[in-house]
Design a protein around this ligand. Structure first.
Ligand code: TYC
Length: 102
């Protein structure tokens, strides 16, 4: 840590680089009841996907059981999970969403 004298005050200069924040995958789970169109709208709204991309991702989740919707810092990932669960609850669909550190 370098020190600089400036008008009598000692300023400490941060030399060491900060670690990049950990990233989290937001994962959507398949179920037998949530309508496909609803999942497509969620992917478009919460994850800013085009209709075409959202349809691809929805079908991949439908076939494989789960899928990654995006990777974000912890707070952003948590907000996306909350948004998905909020929409699902509002329209009474059992859609589940979770996050996992990379
Ligand atoms: N499996 C659902 C159906 O057949 C569609 C679906 C896709 C639900 C993706 C959830 O994350 C999901 N209606």
């Amino acid at each position: 840590m370098a020190k600089h004298e400036q008008e009598g005050n000692v300023l400490e200069v941060q030399k060491t680089r900060l670690k990049p924040p950990p990233l989290y995958k937001v994962i959507l789970l398949n179920d037998d009841y949530t309508p496909m169109d609803f999942v497509v709208v969620v992917l478009q709204t919460v994850f800013a996907m085009s209709r075409e991309k959202a349809t691809q991702v929805m079908l991949q989740i439908h076939r494989e059981g789960m899928g990654v919707c995006g990777t974000y810092t912890r707070e952003v990932a948590a907000a996306k999970v909350d948004q998905v669960l909020g929409f699902a609850r509002k329209y009474q669909h059992p859609l589940q969403c979770t996050m996992e550190e990379i």
